[in-house]
Design a protein around this ligand. Structure first.
Ligand code: HXC
Length: 514
């Protein structure tokens, strides 16, 4: 055969594979409002940057008439490309081919691109759209998942791992995304669950739709499994592109530096926080008043909203923000918000991203529900994460910092590098009302007018302790600053921390309160 004919033959073979699961299956995919696997990759990555590998891989299953089936590319596309200039490894499951189910060769392809991402130290993006373990391939499918989970774990903290759920992600398949750093979901398209509605009906006799069981909203608002929620695949892709601009390619680099920009003038920091500690406000306005161009990229926006986490820039450098949100539950720490903050702190620490913590909280949430849900175990995670982190850590106490909340929110005692407080900050064991009721109980009870006496004692306590100066006198707070000075002092703190070098005792690993 001449070379020309060989090239023609290659083109024909390529065309065949590129047809995926065939016209009918593609029509079904489109009817569900989904792009095909290849379209997704092309849409997401920089123009003309994608190169595919293992196009001609074939499955080896023989049982249940599998030997008669051709599964193009074995239901998954793998390759390399660029995303906003960053080199990335990517795979996308092709639901049009056997429901994107995971057989042995399908798993080998995913494992191969994961190994490549680790070797090249570049981010890995996985687009999931699959019916789960390929039933006909039995234990080989399970082995395939195990290989992927193992690789996810080794890659954790070395390269960024991004999971995009664009279809079903059923059974054990959910555990690969769960082991990765960021999970993206799309309304009406993403479905994640361990046991599907059929099994639930059989075992428990309960009827539930796939959407209500594990749809995009469920995982964004209730379970916390998803980090980013989008209305469409296009919106989801623009979120991924944005995230990539904030994070480094691997754990030995820093995130890309952007040109510095001042915050937008409409965010006036002096006007945001009310003097009355009981009055709520939106902490995101404070973040926007200090970050470059007032641009804040929030993570897990819809879950555990009493704490806010996300990325912004100071003088062009990526910063991870952790901030109590007084608009929701007065910004208390509870089971979910502790989990949310702790994981984000560990992410920033692993990827060389300095952390700025904004504090305004009345403490940990009291109550039987929280105690029984394990607020001791979960609440400890945030203490562990801050104490363990060695990236630059800066704290600003805006208003309330009571009790355990004061310690947990990156206090000096957990080795914050710099702690600043605004003049209205109240740093105390508990709120003045509670404190006065305890320490002046007898005086209040025996007073002629107990209510008057209570007010007097609360004022007395406030005067003495509910301010930043007691902590400043001990050096627990480095400076009491005016709100308007906040951005300047944060920029300064980040600049002088650029070469921070801090170590922790050598050990195999710690035992965090998982
Ligand atoms: C083999 C599968 C499959 C699977 C889907 N298909 N899932 N083939 N193994 N797991 C095939 C279908 O037979 C069908 O083939 C094609 O993919 C499209 O599937 P449909 O059912 O027609 O699509 P749809 O109606 O959209 O429903 C999608 C679905 C459903 C909800 C995902 O297919 C489903 O419930 N699949 C099983 C999900 C599940 O329980 N998975 C868990 C497996 S156990 P044809 O030839 O007809 O087009 C598991 C444990 C792993 O994952 C543990 C690891 C630790």
């Amino acid at each position: 055969m001449s070379l020309k004919r060989k090239i023609k033959d290659l083109q024909k073979r390529r065309e065949e594979v590129l047809s995926g699961g065939g016209e009918k299956a593609i029509e079904k995919q489109v009817a569900m409002g989904k792009l095909t696997a290849r379209e997704r990759i092309i849409e997401l990555l920089d123009e003309d940057s994608f190169h595919e590998y293992d196009l001609f891989v074939e499955h080896e299953a023989r049982d249940f008439d599998m030997d008669k089936k051709i599964l193009h590319g074995d239901g998954v596309i793998i390759g390399t490309g660029r995303l906003y200039g960053a080199p990335v490894c990517i795979y996308a499951q092709d639901f049009t081919v056997a429901g994107g189910s995971l057989g042995l060769m399908h798993a080998r392809k995913i494992s191969k691109i994961m190994d490549h991402a680790m070797k090249m130290r570049v981010p890995l993006i996985g687009i999931n759209d699959s019916g789960g373990a390929r039933v006909q391939e039995g234990v080989n499918s399970l082995a395939g998942y195990g290989e992927i989970f193992y690789r996810n774990t080794l890659a954790s903290g070395v390269i960024p791992q991004i999971s995009v759920i664009l279809g079903p992600c059923a059974g054990g398949a959910v555990y690969s995304p769960a082991l990765t750093d960021f999970v993206f979901v799309v309304d009406k398209i993403s479905k994640m669950f361990i046991t599907g509605p059929e099994v639930i009906k059989t075992v428990l006799g309960e009827e539930i739709s796939m959407e209500d069981l594990g749809g995009a909203k469920v995982h964004s608002e209730i379970t916390g499994n998803a980090h980013f929620y989008a209305e469409s695949e296009a919106e989801c892709f623009s979120q991924i592109k944005k995230l990539i601009t904030y994070i480094p390619w691997n754990n030995t680099n820093k995130a890309k530096q952007f040109p510095p920009k001042n915050p937008k003038p409409e965010y006036k920091i002096d006007d945001i926080v009310p003097g009355d500690p009981k009055q709520p406000y939106d902490i995101i306005d404070v973040i926007k008043a200090v970050v470059d161009d007032s641009e804040f990229f929030e993570v897990q926006k819809l879950w555990a909203s009493n704490i806010v986490i996300g990325f912004g820039r100071l003088d062009g450098e990526t910063i991870g923000f952790v901030a109590n949100q007084p608009l929701v539950l007065a910004g208390v720490l509870d089971v979910d918000s502790s989990d949310k903050a702790a994981r984000f702190i560990r992410y920033c620490d692993a990827f060389n991203i300095p952390i700025v913590t904004l504090v305004d909280l009345p403490g940990y949430l009291p109550g039987v529900d929280q105690e029984h849900a394990g607020v001791i175990r979960h609440g400890a995670k945030i203490l562990y994460a801050y104490s363990e982190a060695t990236v630059p850590k800066i704290t600003v106490i805006l208003r309330k910092a009571y009790g355990g909340g004061y310690i947990a929110m990156n206090s000096r005692h957990l080795r914050a590098d710099f702690v600043f407080a605004w003049p209205g900050a109240e740093i105390a064991v508990m709120g003045p009302e509670g404190a006065a009721n305890i320490i002046f109980r007898k005086e209040i009870a025996s007073a002629e007018n107990p209510e008057e006496m209570r007010k007097k004692k609360i004022a007395e306590y406030k005067e003495k302790f509910a301010n930043p100066y007691v902590a400043a006198a001990k050096g627990y707070v480095d400076s009491v600053i005016e709100p308007e000075e906040t951005r300047r002092i944060l920029l300064h703190s980040i600049q002088v921390s650029a070469h921070k070098a801090e170590t922790r005792p050598i050990k195999k690993h710690g035992i965090p309160p998982f």
